[in-house]
Design a protein around this ligand. Structure first.
Ligand SMILES: Cc1cc2nc3c(=O)[nH]c(=O)nc-3n(C[C@H](O)[C@H](O)[C@H](O)COP(=O)(O)OP(=O)(O)OC[C@H]3O[C@@H](n4cnc5c(N)ncnc54)[C@H](O)[C@@H]3O)c2cc1C
Length: 502
């Protein structure tokens, strides 16, 4: 345990302290900032992470980023995954699609994975955080923690070695796979090696290679090499595997240049810059618990995956999105602490499933299909999901992700001005509030709970009618149906406290 008596006292206690400004810590900080939750983010690095590693944003993440306010920027700067072009020596093979292509559907405006280097996703989140009044304290490492019933006290170490104490009601460990916080808590992380062969990943500036394709030399001597263009940056993400486990690779620029010459049609001189390079071995592991008292584990701190299938960053973003509104509800709206238990209840089993999925994709046992898009993930079995209809007439059930749809606002008391207005559900959902949808004239409450926006709607599209049918749908801030009912009833009112609503 840290000796806190010797560290400088915290004079600016926050409600939530976040360790780590990776994509997960930044996304959570954005969500909390827009909820008016006082948050401190500490990051041991001097700046944001510079590498492209988690470069695939899945459709469900695109919906989350849209809700967090950076949807347009992400779509503008990202691109669809390029087709893969296999090479055998200097001979080109036939290009193929690595990922499933699909046109946007009415309920799913983002239909396929988009490519955006992780450093750019992080920059966009950071810019968003700053626009919401938040900040990251760089060069500040969390080095110890203790907690009791009232809060958490963390020891922070600055780049000059000086220490200070930070107090907060809650701490979120978004400090990556080697999580200091997880280790300090003594939470176990169990898993397996997915591939014993080492791999190298790097961002390189190249001459002599077109950026239309993701170039791959699957049969290269020593192991496969892939060069994926990172649109608009002039860079490629290099990924190489090494079949000879006894000759470990290096990450120096000279090594990277020599490797490109050895395995591709390019020469060492074509590698104009090695901007970032890192070595790793694919593994899959899951923390035993996602909550320990006032501390929560999120992202890689809670689960690590093989990069295959593009699940790591995306699953971490969903963790942040699941936890953000619950912390907001407890800290700002007096919800019971029990609401926070549902974070582990909902996210741990899902992370376990995703671990299995990315391992199967890595081993070539499963394709990068619909399951990798995370659109079908839901919480039907959650203690927060209440299906009150005896015979639902739509496909949607409590716990499911509420799909997008175009609808028309119907007459409702106090809302005459909106009658006949065409609206899009995802526009209605966007923001930190809950949404109560009434389809087919289902009875709304006389007074809508604080923090909930009610809309009486009629369907305009067949798909919306098929999904929602008639009834009332109370949609959580993270876009999942908490309650589905035929009408507003006293038993529905009775559920509100458990959801953190009044
Ligand atoms: C080769 C490769 C390819 C990948 N491809 C994909 C992909 O296509 N799609 C996908 O979804 N995922 C992918 N991933 C995984 C993805 O990169 C990670 O899942 C993601 O970065 C996890 O985000 P995070 O915020 O949880 O952790 P991190 O990104 O690791 O961020 C943690 C942050 O915490 C900071 N930190 C650590 N300790 C402390 C401390 N004690 N105090 C303060 N700060 C601290 C670190 O400096 C870091 O900035 C890939 C990973 C690799 C290696």
């Amino acid at each position: 345990m840290v000796e806190f008596n010797s560290v400088k006292e915290d004079t600016q206690a926050a409600a939530v302290l976040i360790a780590g400004a990776g994509p997960v810590g930044l996304a959570l900080a954005c969500d909390l900032a827009r909820r008016g939750v006082r948050t401190r983010v500490v990051e041991q690095g001097e700046s944001l992470f510079p590498g492209s590693r988690g470069k695939g944003l899945q459709p469900r993440s695109l919906e989350v980023l849209d809700d967090l306010g950076i949807g347009e920027a992400v779509m503008r700067e990202s691109r669809p995954y390029p087709r893969m072009l296999p090479w055998e020596g200097g001979t080109q093979g036939e290009a193929f699609d690595l990922v499933e292509r699909a046109a946007p559907r009415p309920g799913e405006p983002y239909s396929e994975i988009r490519l955006l280097p992780q450093w750019r996703t992080q920059e966009l989140l950071y810019e968003r955080l700053r626009s919401l009044g938040g900040e990251v304290e760089f060069g500040t490492r969390l080095t110890g923690l203790e907690q009791d019933g009232d809060g958490v006290r963390a020891e922070l170490t600055a780049r000059n070695g000086g220490t200070s104490a930070a107090s907060a009601a809650f701490l979120v460990a978004a400090d990556g796979g080697r999580s200091t916080v997880r280790k300090a808590l003594g939470v176990g992380m169990n898993g397996e090696s997915v591939d014993s062969r080492p791999a190298l990943i790097a961002d390189v500036r190249l001459a002599g290679l077109g950026s239309e394709y993701w170039h791959v030399w699957p049969q290269a001597r020593g192991g496969p090499l892939a060069l994926c263009p990172l649109d608009g940056t002039g860079l490629f993400q290099l990924a190489a595997q090494f079949t000879d486990e006894s000759a470990p690779p290096e990450s120096s620029p000279d090594y990277v240049r020599a490797l490109v010459e050895k395995r591709s049609t390019l020469s060492a001189g074509d590698v104009q810059e090695v901007r970032w390079a890192s070595l790793f071995r694919a593994s899959a592991a899951l923390a035993d618990r996602f909550r320990e008292g006032r501390v929560f584990l999120a992202g890689d701190a809670a689960h690590v995956h093989s990069p295959a299938g593009g699940q790591g960053l995306n699953t971490g973003l969903q963790d942040a999105y699941n936890l953000g509104w619950k912390l907001g509800q407890v800290l700002r709206h007096g919800a019971s602490d029990a609401l926070l238990d549902t974070y582990e209840e909902e996210r741990l089993p899902l992370a376990a499933d995703v671990l299995g999925l990315s391992t199967r994709v890595h081993r070539g046992q499963q394709k990068r299909g619909r399951e990798t898009q995370q659109l079908d993930i839901g919480y039907r079995g959650s203690s927060l999901a209440h299906e009150l209809r005896a015979s639902p007439d739509g496909e949607l059930r409590a716990g499911d992700r509420a799909p997008d749809a175009l609808a028309v606002s119907a007459a409702s008391s106090g809302e005459q001005s909106r009658q006949g207005e065409r609206l899009r559900l995802f526009d209605e959902f966007r923001g930190p509030h809950w949404t109560l949808l009434s389809f087919g004239n289902a009875r709304l409450p006389g007074s809508v709970p604080a923090g909930v926006r009610a809309r009486r709607l009629t369907h305009t599209e067949e798909h919306a009618e098929r999904a929602y049918g008639r009834g009332l749908f109370l949609v959580r801030p993270d876009g999942y149906v908490a309650v589905a009912a035929d009408e507003w009833t006293a038993s529905l009112t009775g559920l509100l406290p458990g959801l953190g609503l009044r």
